[in-house]
Design a protein around this ligand. Structure first.
Ligand code: C2O
Length: 549
């Protein structure tokens, strides 16, 4: 760490390489950063500059994405493969350089190629700039603890993804959920792989909860203790008191917990919130860790929190919709009131015709029935910066092909809607224009809650609900005063969410479902944001070491 008068430069080296670990009675070779799972926790202050040298010593192509970092004028460091850069090939390296501006709380980093993020991920903790605690809440946390919730496969995840894509069916479900890389003692051979947090009675801790799982939202609870949510996605919230936290893949949630119960041990636990009844057995899918008070000598078995049922949508919806932003607090951004671009975007799972597949079709996914195909010869951002045509087009539609009852499953007989075609389409935005997107779930194949992540921007979540969005009356329910600000919104199952943001960051920005099973199926689109009028609103030229395809 080097300090200069104006900003601190925080420098790290990431060595991405094979690591052999024992999990669930098996030895498994995984791809990991610096020999650990999860990878290193990065600690910065708002205003700092991060410089991360990534050396790819693994057998796979890889990129690193800094999930939720706004990347103002640093799109070259965003990381999604073939969107802002070609992958770092085995034996190659790339240095990501970016500043953290206007964000405080918790973000994280993860691989953004194939399914490698299953094991290539870590926390990014952002503290206030001042160098001392100046959180907008009175209780100074005694300690801050990252809680990374993850997913584990007894298999090579790249193979799992590829088999899924080839078969046209959903790939295998994971074999365990994890807390800080550990499954916990409810899983076989895992007694010694239970995350343990030692605490001092009477102290308040900040737990920085990250959902790094690939395909599941998670409920998180601590036995006998409540939590106060103070930040989500690196933005402060009105304090929200709760006994349960719900996190979708991509989300982060910072909570304060005061350990004020009798000296003893207590379990924390997480298990899926699956918005629609899945065709798999959800027994034994609870990960848990132990909180041990200092001085605990008891031998009784610790209490276990009672987690909501895996299909408990009311609990999830209550949590998600009760969160509000800390209007007027540090880095608060008021809602832009004049909208330049109104978009109505359907999201969901479809089918696509396929010559080589059994039955001639396979699962696909889309936004406005366009199923996103990643380029492979050049990144979209390089095409944008160098005016190269043929990599993508800018005709992403503002509306779906037909407006109808998206929640009516009988429409699955309409081949124009059920089947998608592959395309690589972006929506072009003027610099600083304000975009409002209605994200509407479709019900062609089934319904589920899709966590939609927008790269390069935070957005205000103005409203969300079930069923079809009411274009006429919907705006009456908008919260324009203190809506939550996020980088990922969990669009309610069979429902909709309305988000708004200002396109103040030139570049090409991916928008996608953060369920990794849906991304290779095509549940994505991109924004192309033009340069602004001044050098300070123009994307700089690419760094010299930007990887080549
Ligand atoms: Cu956290 Cu495009 O990803």
């Amino acid at each position: 760490i080097t300090s200069t008068a104006s900003a601190t430069i925080v420098e790290h080296s990431f060595f991405v390489k094979n690591l052999t670990v024992n999990r669930l009675c098996n030895e498994q070779v995984i791809t990991a950063v610096n020999g650990s799972l999860p990878g290193p926790t990065l600690l910065v202050k708002e205003g700092d500059k991060l410089v991360v040298h990534v050396f790819n010593e693994s057998p796979y192509n890889v990129t690193i994405h800094w999930h939720g970092v706004l990347q103002l004028l640093s799109a070259w460091a965003d990381g999604p493969a073939y969107v802002t850069q070609c992958p770092i090939q085995p034996g190659q390296s790339y240095t990501y350089k970016f500043k953290i501006i206007g964000q405080e709380g918790t973000l994280w980093w993860h691989a953004h190629f194939s399914w490698l993020r299953a094991t290539v991920y870590g926390a990014l903790l952002i503290r206030p700039r001042s160098g001392q605690y100046s959180y907008p809440f009175s209780t100074k946390p005694y300690k801050e603890i990252p809680i990374l919730l993850g997913e584990w496969w007894n298999a090579n995840v790249v193979d799992v993804e590829n088999e899924g894509l080839l078969s046209g069916l959903p790939p295998n479900n994971s074999d365990a959920y994890t807390i800080n890389g550990l499954p916990g003692d409810l899983y076989p051979c895992s007694e010694n792989q239970t995350y343990r947090l030692n605490v001092v009675r009477g102290k308040t801790y900040m737990l920085r909860i990250i959902n790094a799982a690939l395909n599941n939202q998670l409920f998180y609870k601590i036995a006998n203790h409540n939590m106060t949510v103070v930040a989500i996605d690196a933005g402060y919230t009105q304090p929200y008191f709760t006994d349960v936290v719900v996190v979708a893949p991509g989300h982060t949630t910072d909570v304060l917990v005061t350990f004020d119960q009798p000296i003893g041990s207590y379990y924390m636990a997480a298990r899926p919130y699956a918005s629609t009844v899945p065709a798999i057995d959800f027994a034994n899918t609870t990960t848990r860790g132990l909180i041990v008070y200092e001085g605990d000598t008891s031998s009784t078995s610790p209490p276990m929190p009672e987690l909501p049922d895996f299909a408990d949508t009311p609990t999830a919806h209550k949590f998600y919709t009760n969160l509000t932003g800390l209007a007027g607090g540090p880095h608060w951004v008021p809602v832009p009131l004049d909208v330049d671009e109104h978009m109505f975007v359907t999201i969901g799972v479809n089918l696509e015709l396929c010559n080589t597949c059994a039955g001639g079709q396979r699962l696909s996914a889309s936004m406005n029935n366009e199923s996103f195909d990643f380029p492979s010869t050049l990144s979209m951002l390089e095409a944008f910066a160098n005016n190269v045509s043929g990599i993508y087009t800018t005709d992403f539609p503002d509306e779906p092909p037909v407006r109808f009852d998206y929640t009516n499953l009988t429409f699955i007989n309409d081949p124009d809607l059920i089947f998608t075609q592959k395309s690589t389409k972006a929506k072009k935005l003027k610099f600083n224009s304000t975009v409002e997107m209605v994200l509407q779930n479709t019900a062609f194949i089934g319904i589920e809650n899709h966590p939609i992540h927008i790269h390069g921007f935070n957005f205000h979540v103005l409203a969300q609900g079930f069923g079809n969005y009411d274009v006429v009356n919907g705006p009456k329910s908008f919260n324009l005063v203190n809506p939550q600000i996020r980088n990922t919104v969990a669009v309610p199952v069979g429902g909709w969410a309305v988000v708004r943001f200002q396109a103040n960051n030139p570049g090409v920005w991916l928008v996608h479902c953060h369920l990794d099973v849906h991304l290779p199926w095509g549940l994505a689109m991109a924004f192309e944001v033009e340069n602004g009028p001044t050098p300070s609103s123009t994307l700089p030229p690419p760094p010299a070491d930007l990887p080549k395809c």
